[in-house]
Write a new protein. Structure first.
Length: 90
């Protein structure tokens, strides 16, 4: 079987460099967005269960709400439902 001078599966063009640079920028931006979402989750958890402005991720297990703790997920579901109903563009 004769060998080909170039392998079609492994050839590349100079266009690969800007595409790689764009991929790196997108990866960096998505990591910043993911970190912001984690901080937002921590803030909402702290506000709802401990009534404090803090962004660290904590377990809601040590709350002092008593039976009022059942209101937190219900209120969150209502907020998400309203956001889905009135906040979507579709």
């Amino acid at each position: 079987m004769p060998r080909r001078a170039e392998l079609a599966d492994f050839t590349t063009t100079p266009r690969l460099l800007p595409i790689g640079a764009i991929a790196i920028v997108i990866g960096m931006l998505t990591s910043v967005v993911a970190l912001a979402l984690l901080r937002l989750i921590g803030l909402v958890t702290n506000l709802c269960f401990f009534q404090r402005w803090y962004v660290a991720l904590v377990s809601p297990a040590g709350h002092h709400l008593g039976l009022l703790v059942m209101v937190v997920p219900v209120a969150g579901g209502l907020v998400i439902g309203l956001m889905a109903r009135f906040g979507s563009w579709g």
